[in-house]
Design a protein around this ligand. Structure first.
Ligand SMILES: *Cc1c(COP(=O)(O)O)cnc(C)c1O
Length: 386
């Protein structure tokens, strides 16, 4: 008997390879950071989301060692059974205090948090209004919820307002990346909140790339958004926070509801409590992280100044550590990335369909772990490989 489904997979893989769309994983040895050993080579990396250099911070490593002796390795059960450890509880309280919201809930990943929030708050009578550049997990979450998904052009508030006005849904939710992951620009938080208030909608802000970095580390919420019980805030904790997981902060009733109804929270084993202990230390480092953020801002300014006159590509307008250099075709982006790698610089080429056709780019991400010399090296190389 032939196995037709397997043959179709193999044909599909061959087609990806033929179209140069096959993705492969680079192999990392040792610790994440500005300098990494990847595929056996020592390179300067401009690829990670470890914006503050906390992934290998000794204080976090010490926190992990200390926690191991107190709580072992695995959580052993889901939160609602017997896996909810005091470290989880303490982190949630500290996180809520830090971002200025009444309560918080820790999920195992940002992807799971997005699935959990949207499926718990919305059903078939709901409608999600999402920016077209939102992260894939928000799109998947809307689909899983069964709500109608209506997408608006990137930051196009006039179009969003029209869609909200036309909606007959019982529950409405505006979902937006707070910092857009492939462009590095920031959503207009207060204007989105105005629309949420006018149309009686939730505003769900995914701050995967802003938490730890923006506003003294507390992320991209405005004071108004902190105070609003319509605003549900998500920070992922594997990026600037340097660990893993994600925390949702909101009105206490929202958090209570999520504990009752968010299936990706309920039906999964709690994350190892030692990670929550690391996250408590990470919060301390973020709160005391002005010097790291200052260094990061310096790197952003240095890169933008250095690449201002570049002929074969242009940086998108961005004040965040995500600095996309748009070069056009997929092929151009891949060749540029390869030329940089030959000089020991690792920069990811992001191609269509992840980004719109003919806006293939190098996604340069900067970290406080970089030195000014690292950034200078990248600027020089980008001019040289023109
Ligand atoms: C990375 C990312 C996520 C997913 O978070 P994980 O913790 O990595 O699962 C969600 N939203 C955005 C905008 C992201 O960039």
């Amino acid at each position: 008997m032939t196995h037709a489904a397997l043959t179709r997979l193999q044909d599909g893989l061959a087609a990806l390879q033929a179209d140069h769309l096959e993705r492969r994983r680079l192999l990392l040895d040792g610790v994440q950071g500005a300098r990494v050993t990847i595929d056996g080579r020592r390179v300067v990396s401009f690829c990670s989301n470890d914006y503050l250099g906390l992934a290998a911070e000794p204080a976090l490593v010490r926190a992990a060692h200390a926690a191991l002796d107190k709580c072992g390795v695995g959580a052993g059960a889901a939160h609602l059974i017997a896996g909810h450890h005091r470290f989880h509880e303490d982190f949630e309280a500290a996180f809520a205090r830090f971002v200025g919201k009444p309560a918080a809930l820790l999920f195992t990943t940002g992807y799971m948090a997005n699935l959990g929030v949207l499926t718990a708050l919305l059903g078939r009578r709901g409608e999600v209004f999402g920016d077209k550049l939102n992260h894939a997990s928000l799109v998947d979450a809307a689909q899983l919820s069964g709500a109608t998904l209506t997408r608006y052009r990137h930051n196009d508030l006039a179009q969003l307002e029209g869609q909200l006005a036309a909606s007959k849904a019982q529950d409405k939710l505006i979902a937006s990346d707070l910092v857009f992951s492939m462009d590095g620009d920031i959503a207009p938080v207060d204007a989105l909140l105005d629309l949420a208030e006018r149309h009686d909608a939730w505003l769900y802000l995914d701050d995967a790339h802003g938490f730890g970095v923006l506003n003294d580390g507390r992320g991209g919420l405005s004071e108004r958004a902190r105070a609003s019980d319509r605003v549900i805030y998500l920070a992922t904790l594997g990026k600037a926070a340097g660990v893993a997981g994600a925390a949702v902060a909101a009105h206490a009733s929202v958090i209570d509801w999520l504990i009752q109804k968010a299936r990706p929270y309920i039906y999964t084993t709690a994350s190892p409590p030692l990670l929550a202990a690391c996250l408590l230390e990470s919060l301390r480092q973020i709160a005391a992280g002005d010097a790291r953020r200052e260094r990061l801002r310096g790197h952003v300014a240095q890169l933008r100044e250095g690449l201002a006159g570049l002929k074969h590509g242009a940086l998108l307008p961005s004040d965040t550590p995500i600095q996309p250099l748009v070069v056009g075709t997929n092929d151009a982006a891949v060749r540029l990335s390869q030329a940089l790698l030959q000089r020991g610089l690792l920069v990811a080429a992001i191609r269509a369909p992840t980004v719109p056709v003919n806006t293939a780019r190098l996604r340069i991400t900067l970290s406080a772990a970089h030195s000014a010399d690292d950034v200078a090296l990248l600027v020089e190389a980008l001019h040289a490989v023109a």
